[in-house]
Write a protein that binds this ligand. Structure first.
Ligand code: NAP
Ligand code: GDD
Length: 345
């Protein structure tokens, strides 16, 4: 019998890569999409349209993790072997503006799925993966961060994910469920949402290169992130779910870059020479002709910033035999190539 997976958040960056991976591994993949006023399946449409993938291998359902009835009904109907909870209001800055919704979706959403598994008496059959985050470390700048590092979330998003992390462990311990947390550091791809900093930088710099935009406006240039490729990271999710015993893992590349350096690497790829001057909110980068290519705008600063994230994924390397395949340079060049091809058309 083929294994059945259910992905909450299938229309997102990670959901789309995970669906592809699981289909390749011969799973029947059920995905949950939300109703929206415009089409939100752009990242998974190619799976539908692939003539080699039979329709019955990839099935989409309407549902919402803020709606207990839809979550419970879907789990009862599908009775999946593996549930991946990737659904979330995933933008840190937005979480300061919609903190209650973020808590409802990101914290209680995880509880709804766990409880639905239990309510439907599927504890023995259904494994659960929770999409945890390096934002849990937040203000704890002791690096590198691993499974033993103390959490200190610094946003409504981080705090909501802290609840999800602990409720996953709680259900594992209380009900003996196979429930795991992946504590994933930032991961990007050509499918990354346009308001996350990597994609925002790449889209703007490509447009600047083609004279379609003048300036890129950013917030904190000095925050440091450990950026990997989403494809590598969804593979880690699957490996976590194949273990004999449920456990929690940090997934990270172990290499750190500032936002400013990310801009510099992108500029170098595109052959744009940047000269930085000024400091703080007045810091900017000019091109050879003295045009302002990058400037700061306080709209993109957060009420509280997570400055320093660097992961130590030794446990995953040892137990899961996981390691990232794509380095930052190759990630950036893939993102630029796809973006350039979109702009040209
Ligand atoms: P993403 O692109 O923002 O995707 C989020 C997904 O969740 C989308 O499919 C979205 O649907 C769905 N969603 C949002 N609210 C929902 C709701 N109320 N009910 C059902 N679905 C809902 O995020 P991602 O980058 O793929 O990340 C996947 C997960 O990993 C998220 O939980 C995120 O917090 C976590 N994470 C991400 C990273 C990273 O660097 N990417 C690192 C650590 C953890 P729509 O398409 O309709 O918006
Ligand atoms: N989005 C954005 N836009 N971020 C900016 C900007 C800007 O204009 N300018 C500077 N930054 C800085 C942010 O302040 C942050 O320090 C860093 O760039 C990365 O921001 P994002 O790309 O928005 O990602 P994030 O690190 O806040 O959150 C992402 O990674 C988390 C894992 O650490 C998201 O994917 C979360 O869902 C995920 O949990």
């Amino acid at each position: 019998m083929k294994k059945k997976a259910l992905i909450f958040g299938v229309t997102g960056q990670d959901g789309s890569y995970l669906a592809e991976l699981l289909i390749k591994k011969n799973y029947i993949v059920h995905g949950v999409k939300r109703r929206s006023s415009s089409i939100n399946t752009g990242r998974v449409d190619h799976i539908y349209q692939d003539p080699h993938i039979k329709k019955r291998k990839f099935i989409l359902h309407y549902g919402d993790i803020t709606d207990s009835l839809s979550v419970t009904r879907l789990i009862n109907y599908i009775k999946p072997n593996e549930v991946y909870n990737l659904a979330a209001q995933s933008h840190v800055q937005v979480s300061f503006e919609s903190p209650e919704y973020t808590a409802n979706a990101d914290a209680i959403g995880a509880l709804r799925i766990l409880e639905a598994i239990r309510f439907n008496k599927l504890e023995k059959k259904t494994k659960f993966y929770q999409a945890g985050t390096s934002e849990l470390f937040g203000l704890n700048e002791k690096i590198p961060q691993n499974e033993r590092t103390q959490f200190h979330p610094a946003s409504p998003y981080g705090v909501a994910k802290l609840y999800a992390h602990w409720i996953t462990i709680n259900y594992r311990q209380a009900y003996n469920m196979f429930a795991c947390n992946g504590i994933l550091f930032n991961h990007e791809s050509p499918r990354r949402g346009e308001t996350f900093v990597t994609q925002k930088i790449i889209q703007a710099m490509c447009r600047i290169k083609l004279n379609k935009q003048k300036t890129l406006y950013l917030g904190n240039l000095y925050s440091k992130r450990d950026w990997g490729h989403a494809k590598d990271f969804v593979n880690a999710m699957w490996l976590i779910m194949q273990l004999k015993k449920p456990d929690d893992f940090v997934i990270a590349t172990g290499k750190q870059t500032t936002v400013k350096n990310f801009v510099n690497i992108v500029a170098k790829h595109l052959g744009i020479k940047l000269k930085w001057k000024g400091s703080g909110i007045k810091e900017k980068a000019l091109d050879e002709n003295g045009r302002v290519i990058v400037a700061c705008d306080k709209a993109y600063y957060r009420p509280l910033e997570v400055n320093n994230l660097l992961g130590d994924a030794r446990k995953a390397r040892k137990i899961l035999k996981w390691k990232p395949k794509t380095n930052l340079n190759n990630l950036i060049s893939e993102m630029i190539e796809i973006e350039m091809s979109k702009i040209s058309f």
